[in-house]
Design a protein around this ligand. Structure first.
Ligand code: ATP
Length: 508
């Protein structure tokens, strides 16, 4: 196979495994697919559910200061006016009038071709790990093709939002390779519109939510009036969000329908927001480690003060090193009291709390950790995927593909394998164990083919353990099975009680 160390090949290998093993399919594939939409197959939906469940258990059930919420996807359109999404939830869009391709201006890069200090042309490239190299190569090619003598300066890439009016007509479109067809960037609102009710006019316009967060702000009063929460406390939600992304790409990294896990942590207006912000950044980082992401692939990026929204006190992203580059995985924002204040003004119902000590009303501030389930799932697949040479006892070497998924999130926790399928006692013991395990865990029963083949099948699915019911199980005392460990491929003997204990400790 191709060398998976190469990042493009690695992504291709992961996409292909995801399809082949039923993790992720393109949406509506029999009709040619729909760009930016995906379906999760049998293994993928289990993996996704496990990620969601781990987050919910750790964030909501195991904490005394966070409660859950499930708000509707379509909310009153005034929610999105108050939040600023109707006016400002947009990306800069650039059209190519010839190829009809559309680009996000901040993902379209260009550079002047400077020879002996003079700009002779422009080159362009789409954002990637190698944008600068591609622009440099394009500049060199231009010089060679036009047979221009002189010294070519190293390219200085800028993104298209920085292009001046005079530069825009000179920058080649990535769609045609020729200049003259790119438009100036314009704001493109990413919210999907729909109509509620039988009338399809301006009065019935509504939006599919582009984030789950507003549900927590709009229900803030309901939660404090119906529960016993006291500051500081959080409201958490998991659910679908929709964004009409101009350029969905990198598989499920940027899609148009995705799932978010967001939590709004409300604090007193005088509380130490910076300390709370730091604590949540560390909590999120630790949580990612707990589901098996390697520490070396995680990093933090603190947004520059001058790029923050006027109300924001600070935003730090937890970045993950995907094969296509280091990208945002989880954003942790300190949003001040902006959202509650906005909804207070727009609804005419102040979103305030009463301070018993000062006897004054105040609007709480908020820390918001917001993450995409799909981005976590992709990070998990990328980190877990490995192709390695294995040598059996006879000295034969072959390659195996393995997903080293944490037992916390692996879609199948354990596979039950009867060594052969025509020995009644052996099969009965295997079925008995399978039935018992099934009550608590996602388990597979597999009796098809040679045992080595069955192990490989489970390796690719990321199953941490296989138990083989063999002749020793039924013939020797102790009622033990062979436990085969996915990562080390080590085999030991284990009893039923020990197996349940192992699962109980590792799957939580
Ligand atoms: P980006 O800059 O990558 O577009 P963002 O800063 O707009 O992301 P937020 O609005 O902060 O993202 O959303 C919170 C989280 O939701 C992100 O950190 C990411 O994990 C996830 N997310 C956002 N947009 C998408 C998308 N189009 N597809 C998948 N996940 C997404």
């Amino acid at each position: 196979m191709s060398n998976p160390a190469d990042s493009t090949n690695l992504m291709e290998a992961i996409v292909s495994l995801a399809k082949r093993r039923g993790f992720i399919y393109p949406s509506s594939e029999i009709y040619g697919g729909l760009n930016g939409f995906f379906d999760y197959g049998p293994l993928g939906s289990e993996l996704k559910k496990n990620i969601r469940d781990c987050w919910w258990n750790d964030m909501v059930r195991r904490r005394d200061d966070v409660v859950g919420l499930e708000s509707s996807i379509i909310m009153h359109p005034k929610v999105w006016e108050a939040s600023g999404h109707v006016a400002g939830f947009s990306d800069p869009l650039v059209d190519c009038k010839v190829s009809k391709n559309r680009y996000r201006a901040d993902q379209l890069f260009f550079a002047p071709v400077v020879i002996d200090g003079k700009t002779v042309a422009y080159v362009s490239a789409l954002e990637s790990e190698k944008t600068t190299e591609e622009l440099q190569a394009a500049a060199e090619l231009y010089k060679r093709k036009k047979a221009i003598v002189g010294t070519l300066a190293p390219v200085q890439p800028k993104d298209f939002t920085e292009a001046t009016e005079t530069e825009i007509p000179l920058i080649p479109s990535p769609g045609t390779g020729e200049p003259g067809s790119l438009t100036a960037p314009r704001a493109f609102n990413m919210m999907f519109q729909t109509n509620v009710g039988a009338m399809s006019d301006a009065s019935s316009v509504a939006y599919l939510r582009p984030e789950t967060a507003q549900g927590m702000f709009v229900d803030f009063k309901n939660v404090i009036d119906t529960t016993r929460v006291k500051l500081p406390f959080g409201i958490a939600q998991i659910g679908k969000s929709f964004r009409n992304e101009i350029t969905p790409r990198n598989f499920i990294f940027r899609s148009r329908e995705f799932e978010q896990m967001e939590m709004e942590y409300f604090i007193h207006e005088d509380a130490d927001w910076s300390k709370c912000h730091q604590e949540w950044i560390e909590w999120c980082r630790q949580w990612l480690l707990s589901i098996g992401l390697p520490e070396a692939k995680l990093s933090l990026y603190a947004h520059k003060k001058e790029k923050l929204a006027f109300y924001s006190k600070g935003t730090t992203d937890i970045m993950f090193e995907y094969p296509f580059g280091v990208q945002e995985l989880w954003g942790i924002a300190a949003r001040g009291s902006y959202d509650l204040t906005q909804h207070g003004i727009a609804s005419g119902k102040p979103q305030e709390m009463f301070d018993e000590t000062t006897k004054k009303k105040f609007v709480p501030h908020v820390i918001e950790p917001a993450v995409g389930v799909d981005r976590i799932l992709l990070a998990v697949l990328c980190a877990a995927y490995a192709v390695e040479d294995v040598t059996d006892e006879k000295g034969n070497t072959e390659q195996r593909t393995v997903l080293r998924l944490s037992p916390r999130i692996a879609p199948v926790k354990v596979a039950v394998l009867p060594l052969i399928k025509n020995k009644e006692l052996l099969v009965a013991r295997a079925k008995d164990l399978y039935t018992k395990l099934k009550r608590k865990y996602a388990v597979q029963y597999d009796d098809g083919g040679a045992i080595g083949k069955r192990y490989r099948r489970q390796d690719e699915a990321g199953t941490p353990w296989c138990v083989t019911i063999d002749f020793d199980t039924i013939e020797k005392p102790g009622d033990t099975f062979t436990l085969r460990e996915r990562d080390t491929m080590k085999q030991t003997r284990i009893t039923e009680a020990e197996l349940f204990k192992l699962l109980d400790e590792q799957v939580y």
